[in-house]
Design a protein around this ligand. Sequence first.
Ligand code: PLP
Length: 378
Amino acid sequence: MRNDMKKIVYADNAATTKLDLDAFEAMKPYFLEEYGNASQPYSFSRTARRAIKEARKIIASCINAKPEEIFFTSGGTESDNWAIKGSAFSDVYMRTIITSAIEHHAVLNACKSLARLRYPVEYLSPKNDGVITPEILSDIITDETRLVSVMLANNEIGTIQPIRALAELAHSHGALFHTDAVQCLGHIPIDVKELGVDMLSASAHKFNGPKGVGFLYIKEGTHIVPYSDGGAQEFGLRAGTENVAGIVGMSIALKKNCEQIVTNTKHLEKLEKILITNLDVAGIDYIRNGSTTHVPGNISLSFRGGDGEAILHRLDLMAICVSTGSACDSVNTQISHVLQAIGLDENYARGTIRISFGKDNSVEDAHKIVQALLKILK
Ligand code: PLP
């Protein structure tokens, strides 16, 4: 380990999280000993096959789904692309796809690709707090809508959407409903039956699982075609040799995080309070973006007259990792599409950073961040 690594305050858990140790241990045998291809019929592969079956069961039980409704993928990006393109391509009438203006680029660019193929695509604009209400959807949706895709929680501002009501509205028009739950699975309780969604995307590295693995929940009976062509893995719907170790690690990390949601939420709310209270006491001029219902630990702050990039780099020099907005967007120094969509005043928008605490952050970390911010801002 690098010496200076020990002192780092990592507060960018919305970008990725630290791999859980139990998940790591559970993965090890599938790299070193049980390396058989899970799709081969001989007995050497039986352990790998069983491990996938068990992981599917564990994951299904975490979201109240059936094991046959869980399809393993390479992560959130693939799950989003599959849900959107797979439902569009299964529709011979090329009906409309509706999504929101604040989705992750995995969804937005998948929709852009469909628009290039002449599928009609429409975008929902949120209210100023980032919420997409059923009223906003009802202004656009028609019986010609094939799919509505709205994320469960936003990656930049953490806002949680009223998915159940949106899904009900979509279904009343005969449309499918997909939600990108990448930012909140393992952090808030999720029950696919209660949400009433047809598809839900998830990614292991956002809940202390390994990178490069995720899943798409597809409700039984949903008409969707495969995203890529190849072998018959994943019930003939997702081709490619199974990432056994990744799938096992994901299941262990998800189960653990789901069991700890209440404890973790309490802890994260405490850290949020330390940060916000201290900024208020110091009289800093800032806005906290997003609605009051947000993913625990996700704090998007816009400082009046500030420069988000400069704040990020100064914090980096103090060994503190945060993000300017969305980590997947770090090369883009423009005001993010999310901040534009919520109509944030430019004087504040340019000074935006996202602090995303995780369960491993301490009270001391929160105080260190406050002190560093006060030093920079004053
Ligand atoms: N969707 C959301 C909301 C995300 O935040 C991310 C990653 O940041 C993704 C999708 C992409 O997930 P992955 O990194 O697993 O491809």
